[in-house]
Design a protein around this ligand. Sequence first.
Ligand code: HAX
Length: 441
Amino acid sequence: MTQLKEKLFEKIQAHRPRITKLTKEFGSVIIDKVDIGQCIGGARDIRSLVTDISYLDPQEGIRFRGKTIPETFEALPKAAGSEYPTVESFWYFLLTGEVPTLEQVAAVEAEFKTRQVVPEYVYTVVRSLPLDSHPMVMLSVGIMAMQKESKFAAFYSGGKFNKMDAWEYVYEDASDIVARIPILAAFIYNLKYRGDKQIAIDPKLDLGANFAHMIGQSEQYKDVARMYFILHSDHESGNVSAHTTHLVHSALSDPYYAYAAGLNGLAGPLHGLANQEVLGWIMEFQKKLNGAEPTKENVTKALWDTLNAGQVVPGYGHAVLRKTDPRYTAQREFCLKTPGLKDDALFKLVAMIFETAPGVLTEHGKTKNPWPNVDAQSGVIQWYYGLKEWDFYTVLFGVGRALGCMANITWDRGLGYAIERPKSVTTDMLEKWAAEGGRKM
Ligand code: HAX
């Protein structure tokens, strides 16, 4: 067993009795009520998922393993010569809840290098897709194609499956997926936008830095990749990509099946595709300006045009958050401290939208949260560094989100969480309970 796997086993073993006690002794303690609005309205706010990897407070935003974003960046060991931690150190932290030592980070880096090679047949499958397929299709198909590598599936079909050991095989698949997905993403980028001119892995580099290298990016982009993958990793369990991954894996579908499904959810415009939509919205707006300077007045008009056309303003609003997303703030701060970027025209426009959109959305009066989410800011940074192919932005999100989804399902198996199966009701039932003032228990 690797150091990380051993540490994880220790943590899982210590945690198991807590879940057993809660289920056996306190299983019938009521923690929530469900009303008709929640039943019809996408199960909003119903507390029915458990995770210790991250928690989303509506006012404060995300905490990873109890730490805010600035605390996480501060606490973790940094990549050599950088003020950002490596993705590897963050992976250790997400899985175990402990800040790793430099030696522990080095061990994860070494482990990832043994895992990161994507089998050649996966490239053949992705190359066989039409080149104008969306890169999220390519990513999802690539992960799905790799399913035959699943150690969990082999363990299950090998006839020796048992619940106590199953997490070990999920851990193996999860680590393989986390180590390989940036390599696959870089391959897709080069296939789709650079005439299939592929760049080999640099075995000396950490995950984020190697991704930057493989898409032909600058030295500075190494930090962008590290920051971006960490910021997009996890947002507790109820969002579409995390929940889908958890749901599919709860049927003991292996991590490849589960994460391909999660990616398909991430590809929706109300979720991860919003980062591509933000850039599309901005480009459309700039086209309409026809060379004129963006002003608060014409930004306000463009926002109202979108709303009056019955569309959502991409990058604004959130199902849980009720304040500016700290993932937005972290990226904005990166822009503000990066010479060049802080004076970039696109950044200034996004800042102007930030000043304008909350007021317009509040006046519009529909959204419960008029503030920006992570997707409102992320495209600007990519654009600045020359990643102008904005339909690729959700793939970057998908690389980061793998960290959270894979850490979560490793723990799901460690703690033996049940197959997910909420109960549905009919409209007749809801109407009956509405007339009776509630369901008689
Ligand atoms: N622009 C216009 N209208 C909006 C809006 C926005 N940005 N955000 C919410 N609304 C509308 C909703 O469409 C809804 O209208 P109806 O009553 O007509 O259906 C109403 O306001 C109430 O919605 P809500 O309760 O505030 O928000 P939801 O929990 O239903 O939805 C969404 C949350 C994120 C899907 C929503 O805010 C939205 O569509 N935002 C724009 C797309 C976006 O940025 N998505 C990314 C979110 C972050 C994320 O997951 N990243 O991956």
